[in-house]
Write a protein that binds this ligand. Structure first.
Ligand SMILES: *[C@@H]1O[C@H](CO)[C@@H](O)[C@H](O)[C@H]1NC(C)=O
Ligand SMILES: *[C@@H]1O[C@H](CO)[C@@H](O)[C@H](O)[C@H]1NC(C)=O
Ligand SMILES: *[C@@H]1O[C@H](CO)[C@@H](O)[C@H](O)[C@H]1NC(C)=O
Length: 297
C-alpha cells in the first residue's frame, strides 16, 4: 500500500518534471535538425546516422548549430581520427560572438600511432581564455564512439566524458570573478591542421601521406534553452532563467553543484589523468589566478 502510494507519487513527480523540462528547450539526435556544415561542405559525408568530417592537405572542415543557446546540456558522440593523427586537432565547443565572447572548449590533440591523444579544455570569459587544462583519457578514443558533453547553468560549467565530469568551472561572482551567463552560445565542431603546436609541442608534424584524417560523429543532443537571434541577450537571459511557473531542469537544486559521486569521479580523473593545469603553472602565472584558489578540485 505504502509502496504503491510512493510509486504513484513518483509517477506524478516524473510527469511533472517532464512537463517542466519541455519549457523552451529543444532536444534532438539528428545532425541536420540541429546543425549545418559551416565551411568545406565537400569535406562532409553522411552514412546513415553517422557524420564524417575530414581534414586533408587542402582543407579542414567545421559545423555549427543553427541556433544559439543559454544554459542546458549539449552532447556529441565522437570517434576520433584513427592511426597517425599527429598534428591534427578536432574541437567541440560552445561560443558566443564578438570580442568579449564566452567559450567552452574541448580540443582533442592527435598523436602518432599508438601514442595517447590529449584532451585540452579551456574556458573563455569576456574574451579572455588562458585557462587550459590537459588530460589523457582512460580509453582509446579512436576505437569507438564516446560522448563528450558540456553542461551549463548559472552556477557552473561542467565538462563531461562518458558522463564523468573532467572539469568544473564554478560561478565565483560573489568573489568578484565574472561568470559567463549573459551571452547565448552556438555549438561548434571542427577539424584542422595544428602541427605548429598540437603534438608534442609542435615537434611532430602532420604526415599528409596518411590523409584524409577523419573524425566520425553521431548522437547529437541539445537539451538547452534556445535563443532566437532576433532576441536581445538581456531578454534571453530572462527567458532562459527559471521563475514563476517556469522551471528548467538545469536550475534544479541538485544541478547547482556536482553530486557526491560526481565529485569522487572528478577527483579520480584529476589524480590519474590530469597532465596540465593552468592553475599550477607558476612559470606562466607567477601570481596564481584568483579563481584557482576557489575552484574546488
Ligand atoms: C595533397 O595530397 C595529394 C595526395 O597525397 C597530392 O597528390 C597533392 O599533390 C597534395 N597537394 C598539396 C597542395 O600538397
Ligand atoms: C603524444 O604522445 C607523447 C608520448 O607518449 C606524449 O608525451 C604526448 O603528451 C602525447 N600527446 C600529444 C598531443 O603530444
Ligand atoms: C608518413 O607515413 C607514411 C605511411 O604511413 C610512412 O611510410 C612515412 O614514414 C611517414 N613519414 C614520416 C616522416 O613519419
Amino acid at each position: 500500500m505504502a509502496r504503491s502510494l510512493s510509486m504513484s507519487l513518483a509517477c506524478v513527480m516524473l510527469a511533472f518534471s517532464v512537463a517542466v523540462v519541455m519549457v523552451g528547450s529543444v532536444e534532438s539526435s539528428r545532425f541536420d535538425e540541429l546543425f549545418q556544415p559551416r565551411w568545406a561542405m565537400d569535406h562532409f559525408t553522411y552514412e546513415g546516422e553517422l557524420l564524417k568530417m575530414k581534414l586533408d592537405n587542402y582543407s579542414g572542415a567545421g559545423f555549427s548549430s543553427k541556433s544559439k543557446y543559454l544554459f542546458g546540456k549539449v552532447n556529441i558522440q565522437i570517434k576520433l581520427v584513427e592511426g597517425d593523427s599527429a598534428g591534427t586537432v578536432t574541437a567541440f565547443y560552445m561560443s558566443s560572438d564578438g570580442a568579449y565572447h564566452n567559450e567552452f572548449d574541448f580540443e582533442f590533440l592527435g598523436n602518432t600511432t599508438g601514442e595517447p591523444y590529449l584532451v585540452q579544455t579551456n574556458v573563455y570569459v569576456n574574451g579572455v581564455g588562458n585557462r587550459e587544462q590537459r588530460l589523457n583519457l582512460w580509453f582509446d578514443p579512436t576505437k569507438d564512439f564516446h560522448s563528450y558533453s558540456i553542461f551549463w547553468n548559472q552556477r557552473q560549467v561542467v565538462f563531461l566524458v562518458d558522463g564523468t565530469p573532467i572539469r568544473v568551472h564554478s560561478n565565483l561572482e560573489h568573489r568578484g570573478i565574472p561568470f559567463p551567463k549573459d551571452q547565448a552560445m552556438g555549438v561548434f565542431s571542427s577539424i584542422w591542421n595544428a602541427d605548429d603546436w598540437a603534438t608534442q609541442g609542435g615537434r611532430v608534424k602532420t604526415n599528409w601521406t596518411n590523409a584524409p584524417f577523419v573524425a566520425t560523429y553521431t548522437g547529437f543532443e541539445i537539451d538547452a534553452c534556445e535563443c532566437p537571434v532576433t532576441v536581445a541577450d538581456a531578454d534571453n537571459a530572462r527567458r532562459c532563467s527559471s521563475g514563476g511557473q517556469k522551471r528548467y531542469w538545469w536550475d534544479e537544486p541538485t544541478m547547482a553543484e556536482l553530486s557526491v559521486h560526481q565529485s569522487h569521479q572528478l577527483k579520480w580523473v584529476r589524480a590519474k589523468h590530469l597532465v596540465y593545469d593552468y592553475c599550477t603553472d607558476t612559470a606562466r602565472f607567477p601570481v596564481i589566478p584568483v579563481e584557482c584558489e576557489h575552484h574546488r578540485h
